[in-house]
Ligand binder design. Structure first.
Ligand code: AMP
Length: 612
């Protein structure tokens, strides 16, 4: 491997990039730098984002600038405003010690007058989005007659965005004698048209295999029912407590909806799409860059050019309509030598697309197992323990309070204290996940008949999703059927409250299993008769409670369900619950929207902010 000096990089640039921590060239730099330092070289480079391509073209074009001549000598075209600004910022970093070198980013959505003014004063490098540059050319405010290097960055994206005509019009104005470098992550047909027309005998460089996705990225898919997509997203986000990623959605509407739901459910998320103003987009992107946002829900177009290197995950909330976009989406993670995970939450209808993508990226997807509540709690807990280990203790401020705190806790030993601290968060998680429905990952390989049989075995009325729990009670417990369920707004705490109200004295309650229209709960065998006697006949807002030992022989819900599904009232005992209204406050239908333990962490954050 050569050094930057051996590639011919000049001392002033060398000093700047060394200060940026670039010790040795990345493969694309080793190939491209010498070519662009030469004359009349055309290059097609197939390289993903994150491979070091900005420095690969940036360093040589800067080095070739004649600073005494104040007219554009290098032109970089790129698809988005964000990428344009990012490239200009990188070039400014590399040229930190090159006095008087002027780099101008030109892009739509900002004042054209100020761009014209700067052009008049004279610039050396123009970084532009095609539409705005063409506008400036039409106003005769920019002269491309002295350009010596042209770079088309993310050429496939520019074509996808419909810039083909603008690119043609721009290239027609650039002198024939120049270097031209085209970067693209994929090689769609349109690129061949450009290279044929404007490049002479281009050298083709492939970083990684042609059309291959980044090797550092694992591709995982979860095939779920349409109605489980959002729940699956939450599960995945919960399973990776330190996730820092982009959730790609197909439409602006869906992007906003998913972001709103995540925010409402206590996740640290925000949205990025074309319906937001430029100022709003800038604000969100900045928050994401500095990691004030963990999950950015975005459309493909809005996320282009968002240059963040250390994303842990990319989540495809459905696969993109354009298969090519998948490479761009997943290429946002696993950058600069890091590893990343690209997760796709998709529907069985998208199975064909997975195969197509596998062919394009030349890599197999892994089939994901949806993490269950236990696995998630474990992960969250260890992340909390990590936080405890790493938290910075403000010795000075806390010192005066410690003696009273020690006194208060002195009756507890170290182990007890640890257990209690951890339980502050753990209890909430356990409660949350205890009764969460299992999300069925669809086995797309099993035949329809198998699926039908499986469905029948699991009981038609409740469907597969509720069928996971064993019908047998724990040893020493009796399992009861109750004719109230989630549609009545029943939740475990209400049920416990109900039992305690109906049955005087202490009752040991075991597992609780809530279904849509009815529920099961367990109590200690020795208390079973008392519980059944006391609860039966009570009513909640005009509806009689029925409790009887659960019967397992007819599938889930079986006999109990049919027998008690009627909502008639019979002889009533006197107590009327006030809990129904409380039941109704809660979300029904099998998915809890709240994420209780998150609240505490955002409270922690809020506290943090308040005291900062
Ligand atoms: P790019 O593909 O240009 O977006 O670059 C990806 C990341 O790699 C950026 O954070 C660059 O700053 C970084 N980078 C580029 N070249 C080098 C190098 N030679 N050594 C270390 N980091 C680099």
């Amino acid at each position: 491997m050569k050094t930057f000096e051996e590639l011919g990089v000049a001392p002033l640039i060398l000093q700047a990039i060394q200060e940026m921590g670039y010790e040795s060239p990345m493969p694309v730099q080793e190939e491209v730098i010498p070519l662009l330092l030469g004359e009349d070289n055309d290059v097609i480079a197939l390289a993903q984002t994150g491979t070091g391509k900005t420095a690969a073209f940036g360093i040589p074009i800067l080095q070739k600038i004649e600073i005494g001549k104040y007219h554009p000598q290098a032109l970089i075209l790129c698809p988005t405003r964000e990428l344009c600004l990012q490239i200009a910022a990188d070039l400014n970093d590399y040229s930190k010690y090159m006095e008087d070198l002027k780099i101008l980013p030109v892009y739509g959505g900002s004042s054209i007058e100020s761009q014209i003014k700067t052009l008049k004063r004279g610039v050396h490098v123009v970084v532009a989005t095609p539409g705005r540059l063409l506008d400036l050319m039409n106003r005769k405010t920019v002269d491309l007659g002295m350009i010596r290097n042209v770079i088309l960055d993310e050429a496939d994206e520019m074509l996808n965005m419909g810039f083909s005509d603008s690119i043609n019009a721009i290239l027609a104005e650039v002198p024939e004698s120049r270097n031209m470098l085209l970067f693209s992550a994929t090689m769609p047909q349109g690129i061949a048209g450009i290279t044929r027309k404007y490049m002479r005998d281009p050298k083709e460089i492939v970083i990684g295999k042609k059309n291959e996705g980044n090797k550092n990225i694992r591709h995982i898919y979860y095939m779920v029912r349409a109605q489980d997509k959002y729940l699956a997203l939450k599960r995945i986000a919960d399973f990776y407590p330190n996730i820092y990623g982009i959730v790609f959605c197909r439409t602006r509407k869906e992007t906003q909806e998913i972001a709103d739901k995540l925010i409402q459910d206590g996740y640290n998320a925000d949205s990025l799409h074309g319906e937001l103003s430029q100022a709003q987009r800038d604000y969100v992107m900045q928050k994401f860059r500095i990691k004030n946002i963990q999950l950015l829900v975005a459309t493909d177009v809005a996320a282009r050019g968002l240059d963040v290197d250390d994303l842990t995950h990319v989540i495809n909330y459905g696969l993109p309509d354009e298969i090519e976009s998948y490479t761009h989406r997943s290429g946002r993670t696993g950058r600069a030598g890091k590893t990343g995970i690209s997760i796709s939450i998709c529907h069985i209808k998208e199975k064909g697309k997975i195969k197509e993508i596998e062919r394009i990226i030349n890599k197999k997807f892994e089939k994901g197992e949806m993490p269950d509540g236990k696995a998630i709690c474990e992960k969250q807990l260890f992340s909390l323990v990590d936080e405890i280990e790493k938290v910075k203790v403000n010795e000075e401020e806390i010192e005066s309070l410690m003696p009273s705190i020690f006194r208060k806790l002195e009756w507890l030993d170290k182990e007890d204290i640890i257990k209690r601290v951890v339980s502050l968060e753990f209890n909430r998680m356990i409660d949350y996940y205890k009764d969460a429905d299992e999300i069925e990952v669809i086995d797309e390989t099993s035949s329809r008949r198998e699926k039908r049989e499986k469905g029948e075995k699991n009981g038609k009325n409740e469907g597969n999703r509720n069928s996971r729990k064993s019908f047998n009670a724990e040893d020493g417990f009796t399992r009861f059927f109750l004719n109230f369920g989630k549609v009545d707004g029943l939740y475990p705490n209400n049920l416990i409250e109900l039992i305690n109200k109906c049955v005087p004295g202490r009752v040991t309650i075991g597992k609780i299993d809530l279904r849509d229209n009815f529920s099961f709960f367990e109590v200690e065998e020795s208390e079973a008769k008392r519980v059944a006697d006391r609860m039966n006949g009570f009513e909640i807002d005009g509806r009689r409670i029925s409790v009887e030992p659960a019967q397992s022989s007819k599938g889930e819900g079986g006999k109990n369900r049919n027998k008690f599904a009627d909502r008639s009232t019979g002889d009533r005992k006197k107590w009327k619950s006030d809990s129904k209204s409380r039941f109704n406050d809660r979300e029904t239908g099998g998915s809890k929207s709240e994420k209780p333990w998150r609240r505490s962490s955002s409270e922690r954050q809020a506290r943090k902010k308040r005291y900062n």
